[in-house]
Design a protein around this ligand. Structure first.
Ligand SMILES: Nc1nc2c(ncn2[C@@H]2O[C@H](COP(=O)(O)OP(=O)(O)OP(=O)(O)O)[C@@H](O)[C@H]2O)c(=O)[nH]1
Ligand SMILES: [Mg+2]
Length: 364
C-alpha cells in the first residue's frame, strides 16, 4: 500500500506557511495529484481555513488549539481527507506559536500507525525576522516567545527561509552566511512563496526528503517557557459586518484595517500575525501583517462599489487579550465616524492560549 505523504509545515506566525501551501496545493492539483490541506489555529473562526477553501482545495480544519493538544482531531482530519478526497499528499499547517511537533505529532503518528505515513517537517522563517534573531539571539518579542522561535527551527527537517524577495542581493548574501554558520547541518531552502517556481523547488525538496518511518530525535524543550511564550501572545478572532449607504464598504474595510494596524504600531505591541479576510459575497481576499510589515500598497481604487462587506479578523499580538479587544473596539468607533459607516460586531473571542498539554509525547 502506498504511504500517505504528510507535509507538516511549522514556523513562526506570519512566516508565509499558508501562502506556500496554497501555491503548492494548486500546483499539485493541476498536476492531477490528490492533495489535501489541514489548517490549524488557536481560535474557532480561522482566516486561513476560509482562504484555503476559497481556492477550492480539499481541506479540513483543526480549531481551538494546536495539533499536539488536539491530536485526535488531527488524525480524524487526515482520515477525512483520505476517505472523502482520496488525498495521498497532505499539507498540515501547525499554529505559528507551536513547537515540539516531532515528539507530539510525528512520533505518535508513526508509532501508532505502522507503515502508513511518510512525513517531512518544513519550518518556515521570515528572513527579516530571522536575521535580527540570529544576530543577537533575541528577536523583537519577549524571551519566552523567542525560545519558541528557536525551538521551531531546531527540530526542522527543512528550514524554509522565506520572503527572500524582500532583501536585495547584498543583504541576502550576508543573511546566507549568517544562516549557514548557525544551521549548517540543516537542509535550507531560500524561498519566495509568491513565486510559483520557488514553491515548485520546495515541493521537489519535500518529495526527496520524506523520511523513513523511524522516530525522530527531539530537542529538549522546557514546557514552562514554551507555555509562558504561548500565553504572552493574545489571540483574538472576530467577525464584523460593515454597512455603508454610498457603496463604499470596501474603502471602509481598508480604513478599519489600517486603523487597527496603526494603533498596534503606535503602541509598539509586536504583532505575531494580524490577518483579515474580506468577503464581499463574490470574492474573498486576505490581508496580513506581521511584526515587520512595511507599507502595504493595497490598491483600493477600482474596487467594486458595494454597500456591505464581512470582515473576519484573526490577531495574535504580544499584549493582553483585554487590551487587544479594546484596541479593536476603539478602531471600530473611529472608523464608523471617519468612513461614515455602521460596523456590527459578531462572535468576538479573545483569550490567552492555555498551557500546551500534548495528547501524546514520544521522544525518539
Ligand atoms: N514578499 C513576500 N511576501 C510573502 C511571502 N510569503 C508570504 N508572504 C506574505 O506574508 C504574509 C503572511 O503570510 P501567511 O502565508 O499568511 O503566513 P503564515 O505563516 O501562514 O501565517 P500564520 O498562519 O498567521 O502563522 C502574507 O501577506 C503573504 O502574502 C514571500 O515569500 N514574499
Ligand atoms: Mg497561516
Amino acid at each position: 500500500m502506498n504511504k500517505l505523504k504528510l507535509c507538516l509545515v511549522g514556523g513562526f506566525l506570519g512566516s508565509g506557511k499558508t501562502t506556500a501551501i496554497a501555491e503548492a496545493a494548486k500546483y499539485l492539483a493541476n498536476a492531477k495529484k490528490s492533495v489535501g490541506v489541514i489548517t490549524n489555529d488557536q481560535g474557532i473562526q480561522q482566516v486561513d481555513s476560509l482562504f484555503i477553501k476559497s481556492h477550492n482545495i480539499p481541506s479540513e480544519e483543526v480549531s481551538g488549539g494546536c495539533f499536539c493538544c488536539n491530536y485526535e482531531d488531527l488524525e480524524e482530519s487526515i482520515q477525512n481527507l483520505i476517505v472523502r478526497d482520496s488525498s495521498d499528499i497532505i499539507f498540515a499547517e501547525s499554529v505559528g506559536s507551536c513547537t515540539d511537533l516531532a515528539a507530539t505529532v510525528i512520533n505518535p503518528l508513526l508509532s501508532f500507525n505502522t507503515d502508513k505515513y511518510e512525513i517531512v517537517l518544513s519550518v518556515f522563517a521570515d528572513i527579516r525576522l530571522l536575521i535580527p534573531f540570529l544576530k543577537n539571539e533575541r528577536g523583537i518579542f519577549y524571551d519566552n516567545i523567542n525560545y519558541i522561535y528557536k525551538k521551531q527551527l531546531e527540530e526542522a527537517d527543512i528550514i524554509i527561509v522565506n520572503k527572500i524577495d524582500l532583501l536585495n542581493e547584498e543583504q541576502l548574501a550576508l543573511a546566507k552566511e549568517l544562516i549557514a554558520t548557525k544551521y549548517g547541518n540543516k537542509i535550507i531552502h531560500y524561498q519566495n512563496s509568491l513565486s510559483k517556481e520557488s514553491v515548485i523547488e520546495w515541493i521537489q525538496l519535500i518529495t526527496d526528503n520524506f523520511h523513513d518511518p523511524s522516530l525522530r530525535t527531539t530537542p529538549e524543550i522546557d514546557y514552562d517557557i514554551y507555555g509562558a511564550g504561548e500565553a504572552e501572545l493574545a489571540w483574538l478572532d472576530e467577525e464584523i459586518g460593515i454597512v455603508t449607504k454610498d457603496k463604499s464598504a470596501i474603502a471602509a474595510a481598508y480604513r478599519l484595517i489600517n486603523t487597527i494596524y496603526n494603533k498596534l504600531k503606535e503602541l509598539s505591541y509586536p504583532i505575531g500575525h494580524l490577518k483579515f479576510l474580506l468577503d464581499d459575497g463574490k470574492e474573498k481576499r486576505k490581508i496580513s501583517y506581521n511584526a515587520i510589515t512595511i507599507n502595504r500598497n493595497d490598491n483600493i481604487n477600482n474596487q467594486p462599489e458595494i454597500d456591505r462587506i464581512i470582515v473576519l479578523i484573526n490577531a495574535r499580538v504580544q499584549v493582553s487579550p483585554h487590551s487587544l479587544q479594546k484596541i479593536i473596539a476603539d478602531a471600530i468607533i473611529e472608523t464608523e465616524i471617519s468612513a461614515h459607516c455602521k460596523i456590527i460586531e459578531n462572535n468576538i473571542s479573545a483569550f490567552k492560549p492555555g498551557y500546551p498539554n500534548p495528547t501524546h509525547r514520544i521522544v525518539g
